[in-house]
Design a binder for this molecule. Structure first.
Ligand code: IVH
Length: 672
């Protein structure tokens, strides 16, 4: 990206992120999901890393939380309430560790892993063991005094207790001022109940437990907070108490009477990753929402030594779970013809990881949907993988436009068959006016993947129908571009079969020339003709450039087939199709030249009846390979009649004329 473009993008990202952060942190509402907001922030901080000269102090990457509301008294935080840097996958968490290891190569690292509560950060101040005041994070330096609201929460101890055991170890002096930090949250069931009630009363429902908890704390009437069954989970004591590890900090918190996560120790980064994976698997079952795992360097000394970078301690990160949403760019919008001839606009995306898999396309359903979302080619959008539907675009960001975005228009003519595209008044979809168009396309793809062609195991008609219906493929070449992420959410694909399918697509990519020609589905080119063509032209390039005369001169290719083949290869869209398939990694093996022997040169064979061990076409090919000819009728020029099951009049005629008659077995032995 050029400097100019980067600066432009950074400016726009800042504006959009600031808008959504304001909604989230100050107004406790949300227009987009945390995942989408994270995704934008991630793009911004990546760009800022590449172009540090554009980092400004007002960048969202440089600030913490939101502004305190005027309606509350302000409280200054003695120790600033920092933020955490996010990492989103195994590679990023490993990079984080490597950076620390480089800074402190002689230290031994172990990690304390705890839930990242999706709640609302507060600070609680205790003097002589008594809760005296509590504040929101605010902008990190100044928070809002929400003491009265916090006092309604049962899990906020009003008086600290200290078990004898810990007192003996740490000799905590409860007389001194102690500051405890943690998250206010709402359990999922309480959140659902509140929304049920609101729904009954026709009141608008709340977006999520986090914002509901935050909203309950950040209003003046303590009765509201008191009625919401909020909870407090502690994660830190800022006061200097001579603790050696973060784990001990949690132990102490519990013995003082707080709820705090028991967490899990990890000896190295691989263990960190497996703890993160394990928690991700069971987190749905937890009574509250968590959005990741906070990974802390366990040793307090090392933690302090590693210091602070920007607004976050270097020695902890929030290892976020994979979201169901992310932001990316629309590279193109292409109309795809479905099974029923309906044209579905499909967005081709800059590949992006959503929920751990890469998404490269998303359905836009129909033109109305594009208008509703106001999506243009070049736009930044939020994509979502939700349950059993294919990836969807849920929102575009008009504020991130550069002016070069293009609107999508439905084509006037069908991209498959060139017939007119029409839209009936009562329908949302545009359709190809050729009633057979969708069906033709579908049949072509069935044929392309069938056993004698590409032989893609696990991709039967039903699945092809699903891919077409959802606009994931518009022709057979698109099959080679499918990713697991594109296919998994489809209803008709189970997760396991998806990875098998992607594997079998991969292994089908190597194909013989004859099968490849057959797969193209050219009219009058069956399996045998495809073999003949392959043997004569040896590679696809030569076949593509063959003239009609070249084709006619191939033995057994009649003028009709020759014309059909020449026409097919002459069409630009077919050439593009072949180029695309090859660009997507299909390797067409060259055919070795026809091995002719002249054992039966000048002889003529006639077939009658049904063969069993070999197809009629294969038998004919053998005859030709031996230098002989195949004829359709018996005459005195005939040398051999091959009689299969239920042989008819040709057989009787041959007998009359005294021509040599062979059964299938005798023929195979002869021709070997
Ligand atoms: S430690 C330097 N531990 O996540 C900040 N934070 O994005 C120290 N959070 O501001 C935070 N669970 O509001 C920590 N177990 C946990 C947490 C946690 C949730 C929140 C907290 C923090 C934000 C950072």
């Amino acid at each position: 990206m050029t400097k100019n473009k980067a600066q432009n993008r950074i400016d726009k990202l800042k504006e959009v992120i600031n808008h959504h952060r304001y909604l989230y942190h100050v107004l406790d509402t949300a227009e987009i999901s945390d995942f989408a907001l994270d995704s934008l922030k991630h793009e911004l901080s990546n760009l800022e890393q590449q172009f540090p000269e554009f980092i400004t102090s007002d960048s969202p990457s440089q600030r913490v939380g939101g502004e305190p509301l005027a309606k509350f008294k302000k409280i200054n935080h003695k120790v600033p309430m920092l933020s955490l840097n996010d990492v989103f996958d195994e590679a990023e968490v490993t990079d984080w560790y490597s950076r620390m290891e480089k800074l402190s190569p002689t230290d031994k690292f172990d990690f304390f892993c705890e839930y990242k509560m999706d709640g609302f950060a507060v600070s609680l101040i205790y003097k002589q063991g008594i809760f005296i005041k509590g504040a929101t994070r605010g902008d990190g330096k100044v928070g809002e005094d929400v003491t009265q609201n916090l006092k309604t929460i049962e899990s906020v101890p009003l008086k600290l207790q200290l078990s004898k055991k810990l007192n003996a170890i740490n000799m905590i002096d409860l007389e001194q001022e102690i500051e405890v930090r943690g998250e206010i949250y709402m359990e999922k069931k309480d959140f659902e109940n509140i929304n049920k009630e609101r729904n009954k009363k026709n009141e608008p429902i709340y977006a999520n437990p986090r914002n509901t908890a935050a909203g309950s704390i950040r209003q003046l009437d303590p009765a509201v907070a008191g009625s919401r069954n909020l909870k407090f989970m502690a994660y830190a004591i800022t006061s200097e108490l001579g603790l050696q590890t973060h784990e001990q900090e949690h132990e102490l918190l519990r013995s003082l009477g707080f709820k705090s996560d028991v967490g899990e120790l990890a000896k190295n980064i691989l263990e960190v990753i497996s703890v993160w994976k394990k928690i991700d698997e069971y987190r749905e079952k937890l009574p509250f929402e968590i959005d990741g795992v906070v990974i802390n360097v366990n040793s307090r000394t090392l933690f302090k030594k590693l210091g602070i970078i920007g607004k976050a301690p270097r020695a902890s990160v929030a290892f976020k779970f994979r979201g169901k949403e992310a932001t990316t760019k629309v590279l193109d919008i292409v109309p795809q013809v479905g099974r029923t001839g309906a044209l579905t606009p499909v967005a081709i995306l800059n590949p992006v990881k959503v929920g751990g898999v890469t998404i490269s396309r998303a359905s836009l359903h129909n033109h109305d949907e594009i208008d509703r979302l106001d999506v243009r080619i070049g736009d930044t959008v939020i994509v979502q993988r939700a349950g059993d539907v294919i990836p969807d675009i849920v929102k575009s960001f008009p504020n991130l436009r550069t002016g070069y975005e293009k609107k999508f228009h439905m084509p006037a003519h069908c991209p498959v068959c060139s017939s007119k595209v029409v839209r009936k008044d009562w329908e949302v979809s545009h359709r190809c006016s050729n009633k057979n168009c969708g069906a033709i396309l579908r049949e072509r793809i069935y044929h392309f993947v069938s056993k004698k062609a590409f032989n893609i195991v696990g991709l039967g008609p039903q699945k092809i129908d699903a891919l077409l219906d959802e606009g994931l493929i518009k022709d057979a070449s698109d099959i080679f571009e499918l990713t697991e992420g594109d296919v998994t959410p489809l209803e008709r694909f189970a997760e396991k079969s998806v990875s098998n399918l992607i594997k079998s697509i991969e292994s089908a990519k190597k194909i013989s020339l004859a099968k490849f020609i057959y797969a193209l589905g050219i009219v009058h080119v069956g399996e045998e003709t495809a073999i003949d063509l392959a043997k004569s032209f040896e590679n696809i390039k030569k076949l593509q450039s063959a003239s009609q005369d070249d084709l006619i001169s191939v033995k057994d290719i009649g003028p009709v087939a020759a014309q059909s083949v020449a026409n097919w290869f002459g069409e630009k869209k077919n050439k593009n199709f072949i180029d695309r398939v090859i660009n997507l990694g299909v390797v067409v093996e060259e055919e070795s030249p026809r091995k002719e022997n002249n054992k039966f040169k000048g002889k003529t064979f006639v077939f009658t009846g049904e063969l069993e061990a070999i197809t009629r076409d294969n038998a004919k090919a053998k005859v030709r390979d031996a230098g002989a000819e195949v004829s359709g009728s018996v005459s005195n020029k005939t040398d051999y009649v091959i009689a299969g099951k239920n042989a008819g009049s040709k057989y009787s005629l041959a007998k009359k004329l005294g021509i040599k008659i062979l059964n299938e077995n005798e023929f195979l032995k002869l021709i070997k």
